[in-house]
Design a protein around this ligand. Structure first.
Ligand code: SAM
Ligand code: DTB
Ligand code: SF4
Length: 337
């Protein structure tokens, strides 16, 4: 009889430097390259050390100012330069946004994220945003906004209005960034994140998988995020939604198991972050989403729309979470499965 030889797979750890914990791109790549089951086991182990079992955050998105954006992010249906059929809409008013936030709260969301297709807001835009933020905060929801690049005093004004989180994604590794967008630099993104952090707002930063990036770029993105000091409180991992008319519309579909790997590595390298299984769930299938939760995702975008593209129906999500024994909203467990 032959006995299988069990291979010992050594742990992968960040290095400790005088300035803190640092993940090299190589170390992150070693995690991404682990045998799939080993990676999932490690990620779930880290997850359970830091988070209660079954806890999934529900965050609802609303595009408060849509389309007509002067940037040329190759993935984005809201860039004015691309013919995607998105109708530009000016900034929504307080009553409309409050009604949408109340509906999100009633459906079980705890965080409400307002997105605007700006390169950078003007000061008068910030003034209007402060009214929206105060109104949403007044409903007892956590507030998040994603408005483009911010100057330090703009971040401070948003903080004073009650903004809890600011979303600003690094999207990919610095080495691949210029292949995706040429109207701004990677450093611009890092600068805005620093201004947000300095203002005392919690940071939501992540990226997109499936833009034609090489595996090393995925490792580079995660290393950038994990080496922010401190790392973001929220890390949205998006699977590219391939929108006709955008330059990335014909990108090759991501191998779903490779997407799960990225979630797992985000969990291992940023144990206390809310890792959000973000855009792309409509195209993903429930079994892959279940693997993402096993890999340590503990947040989703919840509601039938992302910014301009679709997302699973809230009722379907509630049922999926209930079938997986994930708590989320108490109403979920009352739904028939
Ligand atoms: N204009 C602001 C900015 O760029 O920071 C805020 C809105 S922008 C739409 C927010 C994020 O959505 C982007 O940074 C990107 O990561 C993500 N995103 C945009 N289009 C996407 C797509 N087609 N698929 C996946 N994620 C996308
Ligand atoms: C994030 O990381 N993903 C969200 C949110 N932050 C703003 C946006 C996803 C957008 C998907 C395509 C669309 O609907 O515009
Ligand atoms: Fe504009 Fe943001 Fe879209 Fe880029 S991702 S084109 S900055 S709305």
């Amino acid at each position: 009889m032959t006995t299988a030889t069990l291979q010992f797979i050594p742990p992968v750890s960040p290095s400790q430097t005088p300035s803190g914990t640092r993940w090299s791109v190589d170390a992150v790549q070693s995690l991404l390259d682990l045998p799939f089951m080993e990676l999932l086991w490690r990620a779930q182990t880290v997850h359970r050390q830091h988070w209660p079992a079954g806890d999934v955050e529900l965050a609802t998105l609303l595009s408060v100012k849509t389309g007509g954006c002067p940037e040329n992010c190759g993935y984005c249906p809201q860039a004015a330069a691309f013919d995607t059929g998105v109708q530009a809409q000016k900034l929504m008013d307080v009553a409309e946004v409050t009604a949408a936030a109340q509906a999100a709260k009633d459906a079980g969301a705890t965080r409400f994220c307002m997105g605007a297709a700006w390169r950078t807001p003007k000061d008068r835009d910030i003034e209007k945003m402060t009214a929206l933020i105060a109104a949403v905060k007044g409903l007892g929801l956590q507030t998040c906004a994603t408005l483009g690049m911010l100057a330090p005093q703009q971040a401070e004004a948003l903080r004073d209005a009650g903004l809890d989180y600011y979303n600003h994604n690094l999207d990919t590794a610095p080495e691949y960034y210029q292949d995706v967008v040429s109207t701004r630099q990677y450093q611009d993104r890092l600068d805005t994140l620093a201004h947000v952090r300095a203002a005392g707002i919690k940071v939501c930063a992540g990226g997109i998988i499936g833009m034609g990036e090489a595996p090393v770029h995925r490792a580079g993105l995660i290393a950038q995020l994990a080496n922010l000091d401190p790392y973001p409180e929220s890390v949205p991992i998006n699977s590219l939604v391939r929108v006709p008319g955008t330059p990335l519309a014909d990108s090759e579909a991501v191998d779903p198991l490779d997407f799960v790997r990225v979630i797992a590595v985000a969990r291992i390298t940023m144990p206390r972050a809310r890792v959000r299984l973000s855009a792309g769930r409509q195209q993903m299938g429930e079994a892959v989403q279940a693997l993402c939760f096993l890999a340590g995702a503990n947040s989703i975008f919840y509601g039938d729309k992302l910014l301009v593209t679709g997302n699973p129906e809230a009722q379907d999500d509630a049922r999926l979470l209930a079938r997986l024994g994930l708590n989320a909203h108490p109403a979920a467990s009352a739904l028939p499965v």
